[in-house]
Structures are given as structure tokens and as C-alpha cells.
Design a protein around this ligand. Sequence first.
Ligand code: FES
Length: 369
Amino acid sequence: MSEISTRDSESLPDHGHDAPDGVNPDDLARPLYEGPGALPAADIPHRPRRSDFDPKAARRAERQVAALFVFAMLMFIVFCVGYIAIDPLTAVYVPMFGEVGAQNFVLGLTLGLGVFCIGAGAIQWAKKLMPDVEVVQERHELKSTPHEDAEAAEQYERGKEESGFGQYRIIRRTLIGAVALLPIPAIILLRDLWTPKDGGFGPSPTELLSTTAWVEGMPIVTDGTYAKIRPEDIPVGGLVSALPEDIMEIQEEEHNLNARGKAAIILVRMEPDEIRAQQGDGWDYQGILAYSKICTHVGCPIALYEHRTHHLLCPCHQSTFDLADAGNVVFGPAARSMPQLPIGVNEEGFLVAKAPFAVPVGPSFWERG
Ligand code: FES
């Protein structure tokens, strides 16, 4: 059996005051609880606080604690009023935060302040008014005694006997079967990760993330007007945001915008001799290059293009890609190049994809095992 004290005398905080002349500091200590479970005082000299011997200081501390609790009450009332009275769509300008929802701001502020004041009041109460005498607590062995072990084993055997677990074999076996099958529903729920298609499982999440609507021969249309594009529509130095021609049908069929998000591309044109490298031989058409529009960092759409340097700048975290050099990253947190789409023209003279993207578009997290 060992004894521990909550603190030793050397580590006492320097918050004590000298007791008034002729007064024993230990006599100033507030009385400890003496009922069942009371802990004995440690043999450490008591360092009185001002509130221990100055009634004015004690009353001041009492008022401070009460004021904090009253302020917390007020905050909770303002919280309720704010919830009822403030239109959830109203915005306010808050320095450092900018434009924020007024209701959210008031709810967060009042709840935070209310909880803070309760905590601060409790700390103040403990530090200034509760007994601050060091106590000793005996630490018991955590290990069970042999007697307790034997008692637990006996109770287990008694439970087994009384329940008839050994006697009713059919119940025992069916219970084991039921418990064994218990995890299966959870495994079946993983099916939700697949997109059902024609009653089957459809493409896996990896397939969905790795493929886009671009296929061989797919005409390229401008984003917005959905007009097919001829090479002469794009001047040297120009940039066009584009999509695959059938994007609207895919979107309607899938009832979401994922296909559009993944397939968005940009077309840029430069002099053919300015192109230093590409992700595949002849993937440009007369100096027109097609790259995914989705940043490989965390997926922001990018269309900030500096035509003299051929740099594409992501506005989110400033990743910069050199489109004249196979879309390689020249700056910023993106970990891989911007995927390039091979393009050419069809017999009508419109720009088309010559093949799907060779690598997944967008953030690269799913590629990292
Ligand atoms: S999303 Fe483009 S740099 Fe972060």
C-alpha cells in the first residue's frame, strides 16, 4: 500500500499570503469535508489566500463567481433570442472574419461565452473559496486478489449452469450461428459504395474516380454555349473552357454534376515550337493543348492562364503548372502534373478527343494506396 499526496510542498504555487501577525496559518485553512470517503490532510504547511482571512476579499471573490454565472445565464438567453429572432439568411460583416451569417455568429458567440463563463466561474470558485488544503489519497492495488479471481470464475460457472448453456445444445448452436452472422449486414452495407447500374453493382468507386466522359472521337464543345470548336476559333495565347459534347445527356442520366466536374477541360493555344514537352507524342493539334481544368491538389477549377509564360495558376493554393512543359508543377502544393487530353480534329474539322485521359483527373489522394 503506498501513499500519494496531490502535490508536494516544494511544488506549491506561489499564491499564498502571509497570515496576519499572531495567527497560525493552519487555523485559517477552510475546513475539509469530514463525511464518508473524506481524505486526510497532508502534512504540509498551509499557505493562506487573502480570501482565507480577509472577509472583504472572500465576498469579492464570491461576487466575481456569481457575476460569471449570471453572465453565462444572459448568454444562454441571448442564444435563444438570437435563434428565434435572427433571419438565418442575414449576413453581417465581422472584422477578421469578413461576411458571416448573423445567426450563426450570434449562436456561436453566445454559446461559447456562456460555457466559458461557467468554466471560469468554477475555476475562480475553486481557487478562491474552496478549501485548498493538500490531501492524501491512498492508492490501492489494481490487480484482482486470488479470492476475487476465484469468485469471478465461480460466478461464470454458476451462470453457465443456471442458463443451461451446456444443456440446451440447439439453443447454444443457433445462438452461435446468429452471433456469427451478425457482422454480415454491415459488410453488405458496403455495397452502397458501388453505384447500382441495371440491377448490378455498376462501376466501382475506383473506376468512377478514374474515368471521365471523354472517349475517342468525342467532340469538344465550349462550356456555356455547347458549340463545337474549330482550331481556328482559338487564337494563339487564348484559353477556352470546354466540355465533352454529350455532357448534358450524361448529367441527366446520372442526376448529378459529377460527370461535368470530372470532364471539364481547358484548351490553350501556343506556337507549336513553344511546346517543350507533352504527356504523349502528338497530343496537341497545331499548338492547341487540352488539359484537365481540375487542380491535382484538392480539385479547384483553374482558368488563370498567363500566356507569355504558359503558366496555369490555381487560385486556391497557388499551385502553378507549366502547360508548355507537359503540365508539370512548377510551384505550390500540387503533387502531380495536370492531366493532358490527346486531341485532333474529325472529318468535319471540329476538335475532338483522340482518347480518354490516360490518368485520373483531379486530386491525387486516391492514387496513394
Ligand atoms: S486546389 Fe489548386 S492549389 Fe490547392
